[in-house]
Design a protein around this ligand. Structure first.
Ligand SMILES: NC(=O)c1ccc[n+]([C@@H]2O[C@H](COP(=O)([O-])OP(=O)(O)OC[C@H]3O[C@@H](n4cnc5c(N)ncnc54)[C@H](O)[C@@H]3O)[C@@H](O)[C@H]2O)c1
Length: 344
């Protein structure tokens, strides 16, 4: 059985739903301290197959009890704090929650003889791009504490894979977006961060008149097609599929990871679309999908925003046979459906 951390959050809940729909008899153990996320995101036709524990990852006694109570084969680890701006203001919150809690969890997990993990990493581990699109060999020089904490766990996994039988996949997501808002109409799930910092929900809120202020566009003088920042928006269900494939990959008897000649049993994979969209492209997609204008306000650049972050996902395509299915307009359409059916 799988154990999923951070399952009540945005990406975790989409993975849970996707996984249970793909694996019709499977059950899942899910762990979330509900510091963020929402229990309603675990509603749905498959929720009778979820064993939910409300606890923090770093509560070693509770976690040891959970590992003892279930036959866990592998872990998908989403739980973290993930606000770049907040990580600069409260770095120790991020070291504590993303690093220390995860290390405590890994210790209990390995003691329970569970030796497979798929880890939520991020393109924020790369820092300022030296070239674009970014492949996995790009230097990892994060420029904020959030990215540093994710890189620390990538390094911890690498070290543990060398000293134990741990097998892992560090999946470096670009900008997760979109929603599973229509497959279960009464139980739509989608993005609900408080505060929301992601462009697509903010642009939708502005278009739908749910926001008191216009959408802020940070910087219009970047060296990009239209002067605004370029990002790579990947649908959450595409992410969910990649996690299922990564679990199969690392469970395979002949899995050798990145460095077949060494003892390393891990792999790092970018998950994005290779299609960069500017802020103005996203605004145009939101206007097309909603049929409404997005009130915008052009403001100065934000410190720490690289001009462009676009994924080269050819490695994920080669080793997982994975390719994203959703384009920008479909991502925005699904996010819009969620805004229309929002439950939390
Ligand atoms: N959203 C993105 O665009 C994006 C991009 C790259 C990577 N990621 C990573 O993906 C993962 C999921 O992101 P998300 O957007 O779904 O975040 P989210 O905030 O929606 O979900 C995180 C979940 O983890 C739980 N959690 C946090 N700390 C915990 C702890 N110590 N113990 C137990 N539960 C805990 C929260 O309650 C929440 O339900 C994170 O690791 C994040 O860093 C996200």
């Amino acid at each position: 059985m799988l154990l999923v951390t951070g399952a009540a959050g945005y990406i975790g809940s989409h993975f849970v739903r996707y996984y249970l729909k793909q694996n019709l008899t499977a059950e899942l153990v899910v762990v979330d301290n509900l510091s963020l996320g929402n229990l309603l995101s675990l509603d749905g036709s498959c929720n009778s197959r979820i064993h939910l524990y409300k606890t923090a990852l770093g509560n070693s006694d509770a976690m040891a009890g959970i590992f003892a109570a279930h036959e866990i084969d592998a872990v998908v680890h989403f739980a973290a704090n993930a606000y770049v701006g907040e990580s600069q203001i409260q770095p120790f919150k991020y070291f504590e929650n993303n690093v220390i809690e995860t290390l405590k969890f890994l210790q209990v997990m390995l003691a329970a003889e569970v030796k497979q993990m798929v880890f939520s990493s991020t393109c924020a581990t790369y820092g300022n791009p030296k070239y674009s699109p970014l492949n996995e060999d790009h230097p990892q020089r994060p420029i904020n504490t959030y990215g540093s904490t994710k890189l620390m766990i990538e390094e911890a996994l690498r070290a543990l894979a060398l000293s134990s039988q741990l097998k892992y996949a560090s999946l470096r997501y670009f900008n997760a977006a979109g929603a599973d808002a229509t497959s279960e109409k009464d139980c739509a799930i989608g993005e609900s961060h408080e505060p929301e910092s992601h462009l697509i929900p903010l642009a939708l809120a502005a278009a739908m008149g749910k926001s008191d202020t216009p959408l802020k566009i940070f910087g219009s003088d970047y060296p990009t097609r239209d002067g605004t920042c370029v990002r790579d928006y990947i649908h959450v269900n595409d992410l969910a599929e990649a996690h299922c494939l990564a679990l199969k990959l690392i469970a395979g008897a002949d899995f050798k990871g990145d460095m077949a000649e060494s003892a390393e049993n891990g792999i790092a994979l970018n998950l994005g679309t290779a299609n960069g969209a500017t802020v103005k492209d996203v605004v145009a997609a939101v206007e097309k999908v909603t049929g409404k204008a997005v009130p915008c306000q052009q403001v100065d650049r934000r410190p720490g925003d690289p001009p462009a972050l676009v994924a080269d996902f050819s490695k994920a395509k080669a080793v997982l046979g994975w390719e994203p299915q959703f384009n920008l307009e479909q991502v925005v359409e699904s996010a819009y459906q969620w805004e229309l059916n929002r439950r939390f």
